[in-house]
Design a binder for this molecule. Structure first.
Ligand code: 3HC
Length: 288
C-alpha cells in the first residue's frame, strides 16, 4: 500500500488528543470519522471544530474553502463499526490502559478492512504490547502526536519488530501529508524519545515539590525563566492531563513492580480529588 491509497481515516477517541488529531487529518483533506464511547466527548469535539475553523479563517490562517472542506470531511459517531468499517488508516487515541487498547485493537482487526493500518497514539506503550491482539501485526505501529496536536509539529513513528517497512513508510508519508515532521524510531523503547526526556524533567519537578523545596508555581517559573520552555512542568501536566500522568505511572508500575515508577504522591492526590488539570478546571492551577 502507498500513501495515495489512504483516503479514509478513523480516529478512536475524542479527548485531548483525538479531537485535534481528527481535525488535523480532516484539514489535510482526508475523510475522517472520529469515534468515542462518550457522546458528551463527541459533542465537545464537534463544538470545538465548529468554533476553531471560523476562528482560523478570521485570523487569515486558512482559506474559507479549506475550512468548509474540513468540516464536511469530518464526522463524529459513537458507533465503532461505522467509524472504522471503511477506514484505510486508524489512529487510536483512547485512554492509556493496556487492556482497553488490546480489546480495541482486537475489535478493530475484526471491523477495519484487511488492508487498513492500525496505529496507536499511545504516549508510552510500544505497539508490540498490542499488535498480537490482531491478525495483522505487520500493519500495527506507533504514531505519537503531541499536545496540542493541531500546533505541535513532531510525530514519533515507532517500528516494532512485527511492523512491516511498508507500514512505517506509509505512516511517515502520512505525517508529511499532515504537515508534520515525522521522526522514525527504528527500535521500540518505552516512552519513545520525547516522553522519556519529559518524564525525567517531570519526575524531578514532582520530587522537588513533594519534598517541599519549592511550590509548583515556583518550579514552573524557574523552568520557564531559566530553560526557556513555553510552559513549566506543572502547567504542562495540567495541560496534558494529570489523569494521564497517573495512568501512565500505574501502567508502568504494574509492569515493573518498581516503586520508583509509581505516580508521585502529588499526582495521586490530584487524581483522586478529580483535579485533572485544565479539562476539570482545576489541577496544579485553577482555570475558573
Ligand atoms: N489548540 C489548538 N491550537 C492552539 C491551542 C490549543 N489548545 N493553544 C494554542 N493554540 C495555537 C493558537 O491558535 C496559536 O496559533 P497561531 O499562532 O497559528 O495563531 C498558537 O497556538 C500560539 O498560541 P498562543 O499565542 O495563544 O499561546 P502560546 O504562544 O502560549 O502557545 C502553546 C500555546 C502552543 C500550547 C505553547 O504554550 C506550547 O508550546 N506549550 C508546550 C506544549 C508542549 O510541550 N506540548 C507537548 C506536551 S507532551 C505531549 O503531548 C506528550 C503526550 O504523550 C501527552
Amino acid at each position: 500500500m502507498k500513501i495515495d491509497n489512504i483516503k479514509k481515516i478513523c480516529v478512536i477517541g475524542a479527548g485531548n488528543m483525538g479531537h485535534q488529531i481528527a481535525l488535523c487529518t480532516a484539514l489535510a483533506g482526508f475523510q475522517v470519522r472520529c469515534t468515542d464511547i462518550s457522546q458528551d466527548m463527541l459533542n465537545k469535539a464537534e463544538d470545538f471544530t465548529r468554533t476553531y475553523l471560523p476562528e482560523r479563517v478570521a485570523k487569515g490562517k486558512i482559506p474559507q474553502a479549506q475550512a468548509d472542506q474540513a468540516l464536511s470531511n469530518l464526522s463524529f459517531t459513537q458507533n465503532l463499526e461505522e467509524a472504522a468499517g471503511e477506514a484505510d488508516f486508524v489512529i487510536e487515541a483512547a485512554v492509556e490502559i493496556m487492556d482497553i487498547k488490546r480489546k480495541l485493537f482486537a475489535d478493530l482487526d475484526r471491523i477495519a478492512p484487511p488492508h487498513a493500518i492500525l496505529a496507536t497514539n499511545s504516549s508510552f506503550i510500544v505497539s508490540s504490547k498490542i499488535a498480537d491482539a490482531t491478525k495483522r501485526p505487520d500493519k500495527v505501529c506507533n504514531m505519537h502526536f503531541f499536545n496540542p496536536a493541531l500546533v505541535m509539529k513532531l510525530v514519533e513513528v515507532v517500528k516494532g519488530p512485527h511492523t512491516s517497512i511498508e507500514t512505517v513508510q506509509v505512516t511517515m508519508d502520512l505525517c508529511t501529508k499532515l504537515g508534520k515532521n515525522g521522526v522514525l524510531l527504528k527500535k521500540e523503547i518505552y516512552g519513545f524519545l520525547v516522553n522519556r526526556i519529559l518524564s525525567a524533567l517531570h519526575h524531578e519537578a514532582l520530587f522537588l515539590a513533594d519534598m517541599g523545596i519549592a511550590s509548583p508555581e515556583e518550579i514552573d517559573m524557574a523552568v520557564t525563566n531559566a530553560l526557556g520552555h513555553p510552559m513549566g512542568p506543572f502547567r504542562l501536566m495540567d495541560f496534558t492531563g494529570i489523569d494521564l500522568s497517573y495512568y501512565i505511572g500505574m501502567e508502568r508500575y504494574r509492569e515493573t513492580g518498581d516503586p520508583k515508577d509509581k505516580p508521585s504522591p502529588l499526582v495521586i492526590e490530584k487524581f483522586f480529588k478529580g483535579e485533572y488539570g485544565k479539562k476539570t478546571k482545576k489541577g496544579f492551577y485553577s482555570y475558573e
